[in-house]
Design a protein around this ligand. Structure first.
Ligand SMILES: [Zn+2]
Length: 135
């Protein structure tokens, strides 16, 4: 594919044809989902199938049932924002949770101005003078 006819700047290699994973489907795969190369039609069919399974699992038959289910979910308390810390399957979550808890448990030290080499900051009157000179 060229950008402009006659003035070829960049010539991209043609994309290889990837067959949809469904037997008998002659369309090109556009999406890789759950280890399968799927065409648009089969990707939508997969999503619809999963949605139907979810609805059947929760006993949702009518749009009113779906609406009631969503409203129930919305009204339920939100999961704790740090629920990830207690994921028993994740080694990285355990490591970061330990780090976060260690930081939080450390006592906060109040800094007394002048006790260390950290600059005290620019006094407001000096800042105002600099601002007036710049304007
Ligand atoms: Zn297909």
């Amino acid at each position: 594919m060229a950008f402009k006819k006659g003035t070829t700047i960049f010539e991209a290699a043609p994309r290889p044809f990837v067959q949809c994973a469904y037997v008998g489907c002659g369309y090109e795969a556009l999406v890789r989902s759950k280890g399968l190369n799927l065409c648009r039609v089969h990707y939508e069919a997969q999503g619809n199938k999963e949605a139907a399974e979810h609805a059947a699992k929760h006993g949702l038959k009518t749009p009113a049932d779906h609406l009631a289910y969503i409203r129930k979910l919305m009204a339920s308390p939100r999961p704790h924002p740090r629920a990830w810390m207690d994921n028993p399957k994740s080694e990285i979550a355990r490591r970061f949770a330990d780090e976060v808890r260690l930081k939080e448990s450390a006592p906060k030290k109040e800094r007394v101005p002048g006790e260390d080499d950290e600059p005290l900051g620019i006094p407001t009157d000096v800042l105002e003078k600099q601002f007036r000179e710049a304007a």
